[in-house]
Design a binder for this molecule. Structure first.
Ligand code: UDP
Ligand code: MG
Length: 137
């Protein structure tokens, strides 16, 4: 059993596909063990994505992630980190395998519906970020 952090990004909330996205994880046998709706501040979004600071897309990413409420949630299950990444599909929806969340719902690489932790270290840090540091316990 393993936990990972996923986020329905502001475009997913605006498109009213919260239920469709969460359903995919439930149907696939995963448990959603924590969840919150939150509108991030620029400082919070910058801190969450600090590993991308200095990259050309960083400012745009922070603007996008603060453009409306998002939904961080914790997914628990066998091999959940890898499975959630597979269910999301590639960062660029044009390259995402058919049937993945990004292929089915995302408009572009900078508006790509969903986040998923990329490693155990990231998952631990990102779960703590939303559900401990930000006081969302
Ligand atoms: N991103 C972007 N343009 C790019 C690369 C990334 O807007 O050229 C955004 C996109 O929202 C992506 C996030 O930055 O999901 C984090 O990038 P990463 O490479 O970590 O992709 P992910 O792990 O989300 O697939
Ligand atoms: Mg990433």
């Amino acid at each position: 059993m393993e936990k990972t952090l996923s986020i329905i990004k502001p475009d997913g909330v605006k498109k009213k596909i919260i239920g469709s996205i969460l359903s995919r994880f439930e149907i696939s046998g995963f448990e959603i063990v924590n969840i919150k709706l939150i509108k991030l501040t620029k400082d919070q979004a910058s801190s969450f994505y600090e590993m991308h600071k200095g990259k050309p897309f960083f400012e745009n990413l922070v603007d996008f992630m603060t453009s409306g409420p998002c939904i961080p949630f914790v997914v628990e299950g066998v091999d959940s980190i890898k499975s959630v990444r597979e269910m999301m599909g590639s960062t660029n929806p044009d390259e995402a395998a058919s049937g993945t969340i990004r292929s089915d719902f995302a408009d572009s690489i900078d508006s790509n519906i969903i986040h998923g932790s990329d490693s155990k270290e990231s998952a631990d840090r990102e779960i703590a970020f939303f559900f401990e540091y930000l006081g969302l316990k």
